[in-house]
Design a protein around this ligand. Sequence first.
Ligand SMILES: [Zn+2]
Length: 306
Amino acid sequence: MYYPKNEIEFNEMFNTEQNCIDYLIAIRWPQGFECPICGSIRYWKKSKNRFECIDCHRETTVTNGTIFHKSTKPLMVWFQAIWWIAAQKNGVSAKGLMKILGLGSYKTSWTWLHKFRRLMVLSGRAKLQGDVEVDEVLVGGKVSGKRGRGAEGKSLVAVAVEVKGGKTGRVRISKISDASSKSLIGFIEKNIENSSTIITDEWSGYNKLKEMDYTHKTEKATAIDEDKEVLPNVHRIASLLKRWLLGTHQSYLNKNKMEYYLDEYVFRYNRRTSKSRGLLFLRLIEQAAKTTPVTYKEIISQNHGS
Ligand SMILES: [Zn+2]
């Protein structure tokens, strides 16, 4: 599938509503129209964006059942928003997006960003493998708290990062309720392939790894080499994450929605070397085309993963 290589190409490709509709049609039905109700591929084209199924007679537009469903905003604005999200390396705040698109309300802007974060979660779910550093850190506040206890206004998150010859590979970050063995092992099983090597500090919460299908290595700062940092890669990620949360989302951070910000961070981090922001744009549109719509109400009431 073709995608814009830069801002100029983006502006040329999506300069009319119809161009956006046609692009979405090409992504959603690459082999041609398929009725979402009965699966039939026989149709009448009623208008440029309206298909009638010959077998069940249901009418469908290309936005039916996608995140654009029933939106009062033109696809052109949605595409601009997604392009902006993809093009900004460090992400964008709800206020920033509102300004750029000239959206009338903060609520719309905020809701859209959460819809986009959902798209990000869905792509790239292959588990980490090889040598993987794991640790738990507190994020979202200004001072460091104590291990295993959620300090005021903060979230405890588990961080896993692949280490390859001194360089970091992909990461996974997830909110956890505590630093118990159950939470940590659960996170590891969900995010890291069996027979990988897990590197942690000596916290007892990781002891169970020895009985599992993982190789477990522990690190500790020795008396001779006190300056040697334990788990340097995971801590570098954690400090980048904290800065990103403060820089991009500042006081808008909602603790209950932390998981979505973490997903956005992971999505961006794992694609940091991706040369084409346009490809990122395409991935988001592809995901948007097969993701059922969520409303503002659902976003504020749902928990992550439900
Ligand atoms: Zn049908």
